[in-house]
Design a binder for this molecule. Sequence first.
Ligand code: AMP
Length: 398
Amino acid sequence: MKILVVNAGSSSLKYQLFDMDTGSVLAKGNCERIGIDGMITHKCPGREDFHATPAFPDHRAAIGYVLGLLTDPERGVIADVGEIAAVGHRFAHGGEKLKASTVLGEKEIAYLESIVGINPLHGPPAISGLKACREVMPDIPHVGVFDTSYYSGLEEYAYLYPIPYELYEKYRVRKYGFHGTSHRYVAGRAAELLGNPGAKIITCHLGNGSSITATVNGRAVDTSMGFTPQDGVPMGTRSGAVDPTVVTYLMKEEHLTAEETEKLLNSKSGLLGISGVSSDCRDIREAAAAGNRRAQLAMKMLVQSVKKIIGSFYAVMDGADALVFTAGIGENDRELRSEVCSGLSALGIEIDETVNATCPRGAVAELTRKGARVRTFVIPTNEEYMIALDTQSLSKSK
Ligand code: AMP
């Protein structure tokens, strides 16, 4: 069975074609500058990458071009579009109603359109991408996989904010959580490695966007992101959690509109805002190593914040069986893993520094020091494969 996974952004459309019989990726790529001019990078294992600049006036044009490439007699990997059994679509937000991956029909699309107010950045392009794919491939299931759905089982006391309850009822202002597909994947892998489906697991997805999730028995019980992906630890350009009064105070003092304030907290804060160097952890590390005090400070703030959330989730779960690092920083930044884990021996978290410093990139590694109570892993995330798996199981059951 072949499954196409699509992740549509405002001017981009990423795709991967999976052969689910072998679990392998047949082709993947990224259409960029949609609605501007158009650019595509297309990769197939064992072949040279393909680059082109076709016109992409909209998502429909982009997906049409991708299907042409996938079936191209020379570059293609399938003979006919009919070989694609289903399409899995990544959605950041499924609101309160789409609590699990779902085959998307008119009713679900209408619901997704009704919640763009709480998902203004990701919602509209993802819906455009979905509609374009349904037009071009009308006869196969289109499955939505939602970052938020992993958190649909959070207890009310875990997802509500302590503001007047009526505001939750009126605006659905609550914690939704994000990166759920990544946390679900790595927590599932960790539970397999532990041989314990009921395990208590803390997963740290640390990348340009970062979040930490507590999972018990395969279900998320808490997470660091909230109403939006703005909450939690400091990120590339996002502040993470701040005292809400800081926001209103700055709005007053700097005469900022709501939009300007959101921009400040979303695009100019976090590691970039503190370091003044870059939002990219590699650049910050380089500057820190050269003695840049603010770059050093940014990394210290990230470490402190991650540690605090690990500690709080340990308390929420009454212990932990495993700690997992994933995503760009979590998978690659050995120093950060070492700094986060140092001083956590009281929680049973201790890593073998030699293994941490030498474990190969892009592979699962266990860092646990001999005798430590909590097992610590690096597990490369694979959200696209998780989406493909959900799509496969839902389209089989259709
Ligand atoms: P992601 O959003 O998961 O793609 O992660 C992007 C982040 O991972 C950026 O901050 C990168 O600097 C960081 N990253 C990628 N490779 C490395 C590396 N070798 N060392 C440190 N950080 C890295």
